[in-house]
Design a protein around this ligand. Structure first.
Ligand code: HEM
Length: 137
């Protein structure tokens, strides 16, 4: 009986769990929007957002919950996110992508996580942010 897997033996923590579950993901999103509000380097993407970003903040939390391997809250509430289509009204090139990633990096650095987890998350965010690009430069 070499194939028997004991309970928990092969269990890998999801990124959602590594971030501390719901409270951790909410904190991350809050730091992300604080970074976007306050970092002058994020000026272009801040100007794309509504003055009151609380709705966008809640939606980013709901989306990231599922995206990070936790409960699929966005899908339960709104259905398929169609994320790329939702971003088409905004002009997103390399500068905008990098401003978004800068805010996320700043937010992740404020959370207590280990460097390899931060790097793994930044790689995943890069892929999704780059996919959102709808202009060349
Ligand atoms: C690449 C650069 C990005 C830019 C410039 C950008 C910009 C925006 C803007 C302007 C909005 C609308 C906010 C509002 O209603 O006031 C939005 C919505 C949203 N963004 Fe992004 N975004 C980017 C990347 C991302 C990434 C990487 C994710 C996920 C990992 C994401 C997730 C969302 C979600 C979930 C919403 C709400 C969509 C909805 O209303 O259904 N965005 N984004």
């Amino acid at each position: 009986m070499t194939n028997v897997v004991k309970p928990g033996q092969n269990y890998k923590l999801s990124q959602y769990e590594k971030l501390g579950g719901e409270a951790g993901v909410r904190q991350l999103v809050s730091y992300f929007y604080q970074a976007m509000e306050s970092n002058p380097k994020a000026k272009q993407i801040r100007e794309m957002h509504a003055v009151d970003s609380s709705e966008a903040e809640e939606k980013l939390f709901l989306f990231l919950s599922g995206w990070l391997g936790g409960p699929s809250l966005f899908i339960e509430k709104y259905g398929h996110p169609r994320l790329r289509a939702r971003h088409l009204p905004f002009s997103i090139g390399i500068a905008e992508r990098d401003q978004w990633l800068l805010c996320m990096q700043q937010a992740l650095e404020q959370i207590e996580i280990e460097k390899p987890v931060l790097d793994e998350l930044m790689q995943a965010f890069f892929n999704t942010a780059d996919f959102m690009r709808n202009k060349q430069s």
